[in-house]
Ligand binder design. Structure first.
Ligand code: HEC
Ligand code: HEC
Ligand code: HEC
Ligand code: HEC
Length: 461
C-alpha cells in the first residue's frame, strides 16, 4: 500500500488541466463558508466562484457536481459581520451553484442555522436539490431529498450513482423546531440496503468531522466514496480498504474529482487547486458586482453592530494628531496604511463591511468610521487603528501648558499622560495581519518597513 502522505502529495501536485483527459464523472467542492472570491489582501489568490466556473467549463465529458454544505457561516465573530450579509452571500452562492449546474447540496449545520424559511427561499423547487438522509424538516416549505440516484457517463458507459448524505448530530446544538436529526447509524442502513444493488457507485456525503467520516466508511463498506465536509482547511484523500475517504477543504479553494473506469472497475481521484492561472468567468463577475451593489443599496455598512468604547474616550481621526506629532504624521501619510480605504475604493469593495473592517479605524465602535463623508479622518489604518481612541490623550496633552521637548523626568511626572495611551503590541497588528489576510506577517520586519521617525512631541498644536 502507498503511504497516505505520498499519495496526497502526488494528487496535490497534479497539473491543473490534466483531468480533462479523464472525461467525466464526479466533482466535489467543500463547505462554501460564504467565500465568494479571494479578498486580494495577499497572494496566493485561491478559489472564488469566478475561477471555479471557468474551470468547470473547461472540463470535457459529463460531470456531476456536488456541494458539501454550509453556504455561509463560521465568521460570525469577525469584525464587520452583519447577519443580513450572510443571506445576500448565500443567495449569490445558490445562484452561482445553479449556473454551474450543481446536482446536489448536502445540508450542513450552518445551513440549518440560517432558519428553514431562509433555506426555503434559497432553494425553491427547481433549484439545486438539497440532500440529507438523516435530517428531515417537517415543513411543507422545503424539500430535502433522503437520497438521489443520478446518471453520468464515465469511460464511455452510463453509470448510476447513488448519493446519501448525513449531517453529524454532534454539530447541531439544538435543531430548529420542526427538524429532527436521526443518528446516521439508524438512518443509513435501510437506504444503503435499498440502493446498493441498484447503483454502480455508492457515495456518502458526510457533513461531519473527518474522524467520524472515517468511522462511517468503516461501518458501511458498501460506500465506494465518502466525501467528508466539515472543518478541514486543505484537501485530504485517504484510501481506507476499498473506500476513498476525502475532503476538498473549505471555501472552494480546491476541488476533488473522481473518474471511474468501468472496464477496470476502479476509479482515480484528483485534487485540483483553483489558482491564479484560471481566468475569471464574466458571468460570475457580474453576479459579484450585483452582490456588491446590493450591499451598497441596503447600506450594510451603517448596519454593523457598534459598541460603546470603555470610559470617556472616543476616536478623533488621524488629522487631530498631526499638530503635535508632525513628523510621525507626515511619514505615516506615505505608508499604505494611510490609503488602505482607497485600496478598497479601487477594488470596488468599499461598501462591503467585511472588507472595510480592517481598512479603516473603529468600524465596530460608536465613534468609529461610518462613511467617507461622515468620518473622512477615520479612513485607512489611521493612528488610532494601532494606538486606540485618542480623545482623552489629546485632552490630557492640551491641559499641559509646557514647552515641547520634555525630558524623561518631566514625562514620568506627567501623570495625565501616563494613562497607558498608545502602547502597541504585535498582537495589535495581528488583529488585521491574521494568517488569512497577511500570511507572511512577522512583527519585526513589517514594523521595520513603516517605523516612525524619531520626534519630540509638542504639547500644543
Ligand atoms: C496637543 C498635543 C497632542 C496631540 C493632539 C496628540 N498628542 Fe500624542 N503626545 C503628546 C505629548 C506631549 C506626548 C508626550 C507625553 C509624554 O511622553 O509624556 C505624547 C505622547 C504620545 C504617545 C506616546 C509616546 C511615548 O513616548 O510613550 C503616543 C503613542 C501618541 N502621543 C499618539 C498620539 C496620537 C495617536 C494622537 C492622535 C489621536 C496624538 N498623540 C495626539 C501630545 C499630543
Ligand atoms: C486596522 C487594521 C491593521 C492594523 C492594526 C495593522 N495593519 Fe498593517 N496593514 C493593514 C492593511 C489593510 C494594509 C494594506 C494597505 C493597502 O495596501 O491598502 C496593511 C499594510 C501593512 C504594511 C505594508 C505597508 C507599506 O506601506 O508597505 C506593513 C509593513 C504593515 N501593514 C505593518 C503593520 C504593523 C507592523 C502593524 C502593527 C504595529 C500593523 N501593520 C497593524 C491593516 C492593519
Ligand atoms: C482581517 C483584516 C482584513 C480584512 C477583513 C480584509 N483585509 Fe485587505 N488587507 C489586510 C491586510 C493586513 C493587508 C496587508 C497584507 C500584507 O501586506 O501582508 C491587506 C491588503 C489588501 C489589499 C492590498 C494588496 C496589495 O497588493 O497591496 C487589497 C486589495 C485588499 N486588502 C482588499 C481587501 C478586500 C476586497 C477585502 C474584503 C473582501 C479585504 N481586503 C478584507 C487586512 C484585511
Ligand atoms: C501600524 C500601526 C501604527 C500606526 C498606524 C501608527 N503608529 Fe505610532 N507607533 C506604533 C508602534 C508599534 C510604535 C512603537 C511602540 C513601542 O515601541 O513601544 C509607535 C510609536 C508611536 C509614538 C511614540 C514615539 C515614537 O516615535 O516612537 C508616537 C508619538 C506615535 N506612535 C504616534 C503616532 C501617530 C501620530 C500616528 C498617526 C499619524 C501613528 N503613531 C500611527 C504603531 C503605529
Amino acid at each position: 500500500m502507498i503511504p497516505c502522505a505520498l499519495l496526497l502529495l502526488a494528487l496535490l501536485s497534479a497539473p491543473l488541466q490534466a483531468q480533462s483527459a479523464l472525461g467525466g464523472c464526479l466533482l466535489f467542492s467543500g463547505e462554501e463558508r460564504g467565500y465568494l472570491e479571494p479578498c486580494g489582501c495577499a497572494k496566493p489568490l485561491l478559489g472564488g466562484i469566478a475561477k471555479r466556473h471557468t474551470f468547470l467549463k473547461s472540463l470535457s465529458g459529463q460531470w456531476l457536481s456536488v456541494s458539501l454544505g454550509d453556504l455561509v457561516g463560521g465568521d460570525t465573530l469577525a469584525a464587520g459581520h452583519v447577519r443580513r450579509q450572510d443571506e445576500l452571500k448565500a443567495e449569490t452562492l445558490t445562484q452561482a451553484l445553479e449556473i454551474m449546474n450543481y446536482s446536489i447540496h448536502n445540508l450542513g449545520e450552518m445551513d440549518l442555522d440560517m432558519g428553514l424559511d431562509v433555506l426555503a427561499y434559497l432553494f425553491p423547487p427547481g433549484s439545486v436539490p438539497l440532500l440529507s438522509s438523516n435530517v428531515q424538516p417537517s415543513s411543507p416549505l422545503i424539500e430535502v431529498a433522503p437520497y438521489k440516484v443520478l446518471e453520468v457517463v464515465s469511460g464511455g458507459k452510463t453509470l448510476r450513482v447513488g448519493f446519501l448524505g448525513v449531517l453529524s448530530p454532534s454539530l447541531v446544538g439544538s435543531p430548529p423546531s420542526g427538524v429532527e436529526i436521526i443518528p446516521p447509524a439508524e438512518a443509513l442502513p435501510p437506504l444503503v440496503r435499498e440502493l446498493k444493488d441498484k447503483v454502480d457507485i455508492l457515495v456518502l456525503l458526510s457533513h461531519a468531522p473527518l474522524e467520524e467520516s472515517l468511522g462511517l466508511a468503516g461501518n458501511f463498506p458498501e460506500f465506494h466514496l465518502v466525501a467528508s465536509g466539515h472543518g478541514v482547511d486543505h484537501p485530504i484523500v485517504i484510501k481506507k480498504d476499498n473506500t476513498w475517504v476525502f475532503t476538498p477543504g473549505i471555501k472552494g479553494k480546491h476541488l476533488v474529482l473522481y473518474h471511474y473506469n468501468p472496464d477496470k472497475g476502479s476509479g482515480v481521484m484528483e485534487t485540483v487547486t483553483l489558482d491564479e492561472r484560471l481566468e475569471d468567468s464574466a458571468l460570475m463577475l457580474s453576479l459579484l458586482d450585483n452582490y456588491q451593489e446590493r450591499l451598497k443599496e441596503e447600506r450594510l455598512l451603517s448596519r454593523v453592530e457598534r459598541f460603546p468604547l470603555p470610559g470617556q474616550t472616543s476616536y478623533v481621526g488621524s488629522r487631530a494628531c498631526s499638530p503635535c506629532h508632525p513628523a510621525v504624521s507626515q511619514h505615516w501619510g506615505s505608508t499604505l496604511h494611510a490609503t488602505a480605504y482607497e485600496t478598497l475604493l479601487k477594488a470596488g469593495r468599499a461598501s462591503d463591511p467585511e472588507c472595510v473592517a480592517c481598512h479603516v479605524v473603529g468600524l465596530n465602535y460608536v465613534s468609529g468610521f461610518q462613511s467617507q463623508d461622515i468620518s473622512p479622518d477615520l479612513t485607512g489604518v489611521g493612528c488610532e487603528g494601532c494606538h486606540g481612541p485618542g480623545s482623552l490623550h489629546i485632552a490630557n496633552a492640551r491641559s499641559r501648558d509646557r514647552p515641547s521637548g520634555l525630558s524623561n523626568t518631566d514625562r514620568s511626572k506627567d501623570l495625565s499622560l501616563q494613562d497607558g495611551y498608545g502602547k502597541v503590541s504585535s498582537e495589535g497588528c495581528k488583529g488585521c495581519h491574521d494568517p488569512e489576510h497577511s500570511p507572511t506577517f512577522q512583527f519585526e520586519p513589517f514594523w521595520e518597513r513603516i517605523r516612525h521617525p524619531a520626534e519630540a512631541p509638542k504639547t500644543r498644536g
